[in-house]
Design a protein around this ligand. Structure first.
Ligand SMILES: CC(C)(COP(=O)(O)OP(=O)(O)OC[C@H]1O[C@@H](n2cnc3c(N)ncnc32)[C@H](O)[C@@H]1OP(=O)(O)O)[C@@H](O)C(=O)NCCC(=O)NCCS
Length: 149
């Protein structure tokens, strides 16, 4: 089995395309959301940190993002691991990379809205549920989670 590649920000147009493709395929397409719905207006902000785990073949094995969300607080969004790479530590590596980036930005708290199916993953990595939050696409309950850095 292939060793996990290192996490880095997307740099080339091909890497950005791979980054957004995985976001779309894992987080939007299964719910028939239109192409473009995987993009957020603040993706382009200089304060947003993008994390990409690129497979040896050049497709995205995993992605995630961090952006500031309040005084000393950051928000993790768009965490997605390619089905072929799930359960192999990619999600953990992406999350730890974003947590390191948050510490480097002097953030002291991280929050995220986790799909119900992803809550155990985040709990395993030190996050706690604060409260139920929104239901996405009418079917996907989410939970607000947090952790101190
Ligand atoms: C949720 C997701 C990001 C996790 O990534 P992953 O690469 O599969 O997870 P990892 O292999 O890094 O798991 C890290 C640890 O969490 C545990 N874990 C992962 N998913 C888990 C789950 N559903 N329940 C319990 N533990 C889980 C793993 O066992 C591992 O712990 P260990 O190394 O001590 O055994 C990934 O499965 C995914 O993209 N799912 C679909 C999209 C999604 O739900 N994204 C999150 C939106 S909020």
């Amino acid at each position: 089995m292939t060793a996990l590649p290192a996490v880095a920000p997307p740099r080339t147009p091909a890497e950005w395309a791979a980054y957004y493709r995985l976001r779309y395929e894992v987080l939007r397409q299964p719910w028939q959301q239109p192409l473009g719905s995987e993009r957020a207006p603040d993706d382009a902000q200089a304060t947003t940190t993008h994390a990409l785990l690129l497979s040896p073949e050049g497709y995205a094995a995993g992605v995630g993002r961090l952006s500031p969300s309040g005084a000393g607080q950051g928000q993790i969004r768009f965490m997605a691991v390619h089905p072929a790479w799930q359960g192999r530590g990619a999600g953990r590596q992406l999350l730890r990379y974003l947590e390191q980036a948050a510490r480097a930005q002097q953030l002291t708290e991280l929050v995220l809205h986790a799909r119900a199916t992803a809550v155990p993953f985040y709990e395993h990595l030190g996050y706690t549920v604060v409260a139920p939050s929104h239901t996405l696409f009418g079917t996907l309950p989410h939970f607000l989670m947090r952790r101190d850095l």
